[in-house]
Ligand binder design. Structure first.
Ligand code: SAH
Length: 408
């Protein structure tokens, strides 16, 4: 008996996940998630599935909708990775998606420093991969991607042959999926730190102990906006981390830059990166809580021509909305109080629960509270290596406003 060639193997058959009548409409319109209340649990009980198991999602009448994976313990109980019957969710689909993602990045950027995979934005639900040259940092944020771990690693090997892969599986979203938070080296021996090149500047960032995956690629284009406002300016960069904004401002001709962060390790990076880019004479650091630093600077009557606010997400979960909004309001108000006459404010939010219109309204409220008038000059969002899925607002999270702030 002859065995068929592997390429002729039929696609794997996944167990079906059947939806209730009419619940397929949102999915047919392009949304990739299934919520647990949309499942016909008599036909296909969720409890019968293992977390992360691959599934075929079907309409109530049995029509094929797509393949993906399930998590019976999550409110988002399934995510669709493919709508093509011939190419179900599998290692070869992941390879294909990664190649498509890589093609976009190679068009966008000169060097190998970028977010290679932005989860749903690259039709790889639950998978985030940042590239630092030959080193990759991945996050498997769902039970489905966790279960497909070897396929993901195999696909990354095949597409990029990385020297090392770190799994930075410590994001809080893993808890919603019932997954432990860990950081581990999955392939090779990663260096302790890597160097990132961003529009002519170099930044050294730690791989294992840093923030998130190590660098915030999403702000790349927004940092370039500083060129118009930074020349000759006294600049305050709050929540500076490794100096992405502050060192850019110095390179754009700022007279002086003060980077404030609560982490000593982050500020050590700022100092190192300032030297690396030859602007260490104009960049200082201050270890402090940003709110306390603003209060102290105001008390000293310090004034800046340009303030950058790029805080961590203050609204991580919907139930933090009220407290988070108040924190954004207070922060923006305090920042305006240390701005010189007609100064510039660059203010950001990466909380997707806070939408664009509401963020602008909030900053305006903050201004009125301290009797300032605003002129909105520029509106930014995340860089294109963080593609937005038009049906998934969660993939469109970053907001950046450039404002001129005047006294009444
Ligand atoms: N602006 C940075 C990213 C900010 S990440 C960039 O573009 O790369 C968030 C940073 O805020 C971290 O470095 C963290 O140490 C710091 N941080 C968090 N809470 C803080 C607080 N209350 N005061 C000052 N820094 C804070």
């Amino acid at each position: 008996m002859s065995t068929p060639a592997p390429s002729a193997a039929p696609p794997p058959r996944f167990r079906p996940l059947r939806l209730r009548p009419r619940e397929e409409r949102r999915i047919r319109a392009g949304h990739p998630w299934v919520y647990s209340n949309e499942v016909d649990t008599r036909a296909t009980p969720l409890t019968a599935f293992e977390p992360g198991e691959p599934v075929e999602v079907q309409a109530a009448d049995g029509r094929f909708l797509g393949t993906g994976y399930v998590n019976p313990h999550s409110l988002i109980c399934a995510r669709i990775a493919s709508r093509d019957r011939r190419h179900p969710f599998s290692r070869s689909l992941i390879v294909h998606r990664l190649k498509v993602a890589l093609g976009l990045r190679e068009r966008l950027f000169e060097g190998p420093w970028y977010r290679l995979a932005h989860a749903e934005g690259d039709r790889l639900p639950g998978l985030v991969v940042d590239r630092y040259g030959e080193v990759l940092v991945a996050q498997l944020n769902t039970a489905g991607m966790e279960r497909a771990r070897e396929d993901v690693l195999g696909a990354l090997d095949k597409v990029l042959r990385p020297r090392a892969v770190v799994l930075r599986n410590d994001s809080p979203v893993r808890e919603l999926e019932g997954l432990p938070r860990t950081v581990e080296v999955a392939r090779g021996e990663p260096p302790a730190e890597v160097e990132v090149e961003e529009a002519g500047l170099r930044f050294r960032v730690p791989l294992l102990g840093g923030q998130k995956t190590g660098w915030f690629y999403d702000q790349r284009d927004n940092r370039l906006r500083l060129a118009r406002y930074a020349r000759g300016a006294r600049v305050l960069d709050l929540f500076s981390y490794a100096g992405g904004w502050g060192i850019r401002a110095a390179a754009c001709g700022a007279e002086s830059v003060l980077c404030v962060d609560s982490s000593e390790a982050a500020l050590a990076r700022v100092a190192e990166n300032a030297r690396l880019n030859g602007v260490d004479g104009r960049v200082r650091t201050l270890r402090a809580d940003a709110f306390e630093a603003l209060a102290a600077l105001r008390a000293e009557r310090a004034r800046f021509d340009l303030v950058v606010l790029d805080p961590p997400a203050f609204v991580r979960r919907r139930r933090d909305l009220k407290a988070g909004l108040e924190a954004y309001r207070r922060l923006n108000r305090m920042a305006m109080q240390v701005l010189a006459k007609d100064g510039f404010l660059v203010t950001c939010s990466c909380s997707f629960h806070l939408d664009r219109a509401r963020f602008l309204a909030l900053v305006h409220e903050a201004a009125r509270h301290v009797d300032r008038n605003l002129q909105l000059l520029e509106r930014g969002h995340q860089a294109p290596d963080h593609p937005v899925h038009p049906a998934v607002p969660e993939t469109d999270y970053l907001k950046c406003l450039v404002l001129r702030v005047s006294l009444a």
